[in-house]
Design a protein around this ligand. Structure first.
Ligand SMILES: [Zn+2]
Ligand SMILES: [Zn+2]
Length: 170
């Protein structure tokens, strides 16, 4: 579960969290990646002496992304150590921002969903390639140059060179 029972955390001071979030969970809505299996989250939540909650653990997910050169699907394994720190929202008007996360001390639960989603987004490398030597697609005809050779470069010189050649002839 991604919800932390604050009363229980208060009693036990430290809680183990294990969550398996399905790939079609609404939490992942609008992410530009495809999960090929559930996202596993295992962490330990504890109070610090100063009244903050620290959640430390691991996020694991299998994704499918597109090679940025040839657009073929690439399987990617994400495995991240994460640390989330939540401060009690003591002042009215305090707001969550990128670095500070807040929780309501009077609430029954602390929902970790949004924080986990953000950590997943941070952990995704948007520039994956299927292999380092991937040749990509021909920018003119779209042929996958890993599979075939096209004749674009030999048969159709870049029009910019034509312009240069025309200049030289004059
Ligand atoms: Zn590729
Ligand atoms: Zn081509």
């Amino acid at each position: 579960m991604l919800r932390l029972d604050l009363a229980r955390l208060d009693r036990e001071r430290s809680l183990q969290i294990e969550a398996r979030i399905p790939p079609d969970d609404p939490l992942w809505e609008d992410l530009e990646v495809v999960f090929v299996g559930p996202v596993d989250f295992g962490a330990r939540a504890s109070w610090t002496g100063s009244g903050e909650i620290v959640v430390r653990g691991t996020l694991r997910a299998s994704l499918q992304q597109e090679c940025r050169r040839c657009l073929e699907p690439v399987p990617v394994t994400l495995s991240e150590e994460i640390t989330l720190v939540f401060l009690p929202a003591t002042e009215p008007g305090m707001e969550d921002d990128g670095d500070t996360r807040l929780f309501e001390e009077s609430a029954a639960e602390l929902d970790l969903g949004q924080a986990v989603r953000e950590e997943i987004i941070l952990g995704i490398d948007p520039y994956v390639v299927c292999r380092p030597e991937c040749k990509g697609l021909c920018p003119r005809c779209g042929t996958n140059l890993n599979e075939e050779t096209c004749h674009c470069s030999s048969e159709e010189p870049d029009p910019r060179w034509d312009a240069l050649r025309a200049l030289k002839k004059e």
